[in-house]
Design a protein around this ligand. Structure first.
Ligand code: M6R
Length: 615
């Protein structure tokens, strides 16, 4: 949540910073602002509520020069999304500017202390206190801006990425991080900062991930990292494996539409290299095979779409390994005293690798001595860094707030984990594991088939775009697909949408059915689990009899589905455990089409941000 950009070098800082903010806008779009140290005008700031276009308009009336600067795009926590609460925040003496991502948990006591000393606050944010505190340190004789920031960081509780400028030291940018992300970009005679590498990928692919509780001082010629006490420290340097084109729309109207089309590649790339000589291999494996053999319970912890990927994973892991799996929302897990020990494997799924609830859940699990395996799409993010083992998804950067390609890649990855456990425990023979892997590996072509024939989905979308609500039904792996379809519709089209297990209908939800209500049903394969196929067929008949307009997602050639469907969306036949990878795709498109028909921005739905770094 919140995007941060920083720059020091020979270029006009304003341009670099505003371009970086545009690439990070997916992290929050309640307001945007910049600060530049102008050789003529001193510390110059501009900030505006709303999207970056509003800031652009504000900047159009100003001439700001200078080659040291920073910017911020906000997802509001403390204080409404107004101009006043937008970042940067400046100290009362006009010397120090600060941008902040995260929450300063002890800001009330800090604010009281500063107000008692006569400081006037101009915003309702927690962040403003940091600007005043750093300025006070400098006035009190701190040897450098970095020293002042370190002293303030030692007093802060909570999570924060901070970037700080000092008007009186124009060639330096100082940043600090605890829990919230921050990456440096190392250029030739210039240095960049970003909440993620998209902020500076246009200029350099050499990145350094700043570690927990570290402060960095950037100058044109290089950077110095220390801990909060000033002891020398190191970030983790890496080369970014993708380039600017991956972070651009490439001719699409929205990132989400591009990302939907990239799904065959995302699944193929996630599976690639994980079956070697008939053996499943994961990435960084610090849980040894003996430990995998001894686990007697798996917990999957995640939020949102990643949680739905976990629900699909449960079906696969239990089926292949016979180890019981519980799937929990990370925000619930850590507050309810779950039963964990050394023989528990916790699988933490997160696209961003930053989600605060998932991070805290895995920390809790490690405190209980459980082993933690992360499934993550972001190289070097905090969640994989703090886990015992990592399996990276290779979906590439996902910029649309609604998860699409990352979700499919997570499903593929969690199933790989299931196969790895089955292999370690010997619950599947090598050739069986090979066949299951092949079923997954065949999926990208099937997704491509779905993407090549979306007209029926678009036609339904147009017909139901004005509906007040849509229900989604599924059973077995179809149930999490229904949940995911409903989540996409809620977050993009702001429609009331609910996913239910189809078998649960008669225990209450069927009361919602009224004439013309659209109900999307995920039909199980007629071949693999014909009992469930028949049961879902009966469920459709029951709702149709009560006036529902049925939209059925079914395998091509499923005659029974055709009989029950007012609208039929056919997908290629796929083995049950791999089928969510195919059946989810039309639901993503349905939500995107309905949202566009209703006139909404599908990349930046209201009230949301891509990475939820606060609890
Ligand atoms: O980065 P994460 O996978 O941890 O994010 C989890 C959820 O915030 C995320 O999946 C969210 O639900 C998406 N907006 C869904 O489209």
């Amino acid at each position: 949540m919140c995007g941060i950009v920083g720059y020091v070098g020979p270029r006009p800082a304003l341009e670099v910073v505003v371009d970086g903010l545009r690439r990070l806008e997916y992290r929050g779009y309640d307001s945007a602002g910049v600060a530049v140290i102008d050789p003529v005008g001193g510390l110059r700031t501009a900030k505006k509520a709303g999207r970056i276009e509003n800031l652009d308009k504000e900047l159009a009336h100003q001439t700001i020069t200078g080659t040291t600067g920073m910017g911020h795009t906000r997802w509001a926590t403390h204080g409404a999304p107004t101009d006043r609460n937008a970042h940067p925040h400046v100290s009362g003496d006009g010397r120090v500017a600060v941008v902040h991502n995260g929450i300063i948990e002890n800001f009330r006591e800090l604010r009281r202390e500063l107000e008692a000393q006569g400081t006037e606050f101009r915003s309702e944010t927690d962040s403003e206190a940091v600007a005043h505190l750093v300025a006070a340190q400098l006035r009190g004789g701190a040897a450098s801006l970095a020293d002042a920031v370190r002293a303030v960081c030692r007093r802060l509780a909570g999570s924060f990425t901070l970037v700080v400028l000092d008007r009186d030291d124009p060639d330096v940018v100082v940043a600090a991080r605890r829990n919230s992300p921050l990456v440096l970009g190392v250029g030739d005679g210039e240095m960049f900062l970003g909440s993620d590498v998209a902020a500076f990928i246009e200029f350099t692919r050499e990145a350094v991930e700043l570690g927990q509780d570290q402060v960095v001082e950037l100058r044109r010629g290089g950077y110095t990292v220390t801990d909060f006490d000033g002891a020398p420290a190191h970030g983790r340097a890496y080369h970014v494996g993708w380039d600017l084109s991956a972070a651009e729309k490439g001719g699409y109207d929205y990132f989400m539409l591009k990302e939907i089309d990239e799904q065959p590649g995302a699944v193929a790339d996630t599976l690639r290299g994980h079956l070697v000589d008939g053996h499943i291999v994961l990435d960084e494996q610090r849980v040894d095979v003996q430990e995998l053999r001894e686990i007697d319970k798996v917990f999957v912890v995640a939020c949102g779409s990643s949680f739905h990927a976990g629900l699909i994973g449960k079906q696969a892991i239990e089926h292949w390994t016979r180890v019981p799996v519980e799937v929990e929302l990370a925000s619930e897990f850590r507050y309810r005293d779950p039963v964990l020990d050394r023989q528990t494997l916790v699988v933490a799924i997160s696209q961003s690798g930053e989600t605060a609830d998932t991070l805290e859940a895995l920390r809790y699990a490690r405190d209980q001595r459980a082993r933690v395996l992360a499934i993550c799409n972001t190289n070097g993010a905090q969640i994989p860094r703090e886990s015992d083992a990592v399996l990276y998804t290779h979906a590439g950067p996902e910029i649309g707030v609604a998860s699409t390609k990352a979700f499919l890649a997570q499903v593929a990855a969690v199933e790989l984990v299931g196969l790895a456990i089955a292999q370690a425990r010997g619950t599947k023979y090598g050739d069986e594991i090979g066949r299951e892997f092949d079923a997954l590996a065949a999926v990208p072509d099937k997704i491509a088939e779905v993407l090549a024939d979306l007209d029926p989905v678009r036609a339904v979308a147009r017909e139901i775009a004005a509906s007040k609500a849509v229900l989604f039904l599924g059973r077995h792996v179809g149930y999490p697909v229904a949940l995911e379809g409903a989540l996409k519709l809620k977050e993009l089209a702001y429609m009331h949408a609910e996913g239910f297990p189809a078998g649960e209908l008669k225990h209450g939800p069927i009361a919602l059915i009224e004439d013309g209500l659209p109900v999307v049903v995920i039909m199980p394969s007629p071949t693999a689990r014909s009992v469930l196929h028949q049961k879902v067929g009966s469920n459709i008949a029951e709702i149709k009899a009560r006036g529902a307009r049925t939209i059925v997602v079914a395998e091509a050639g499923d005659v029974a589905a055709r009989e029950h469907a007012d609208h039929l969306i056919e997908v290629p036949a796929t083995p049950t455990l791999a089928s969510p990878l195919v059946a989810t795709v039309p639901l993503q498109v349905l939500a995107a089409e309905i949202a566009q028909a209703r006139g909404y921005d599908i990349d930046k739905p209201r009230n949301l941000a891509k990475s939820v770094t606060v609890e």
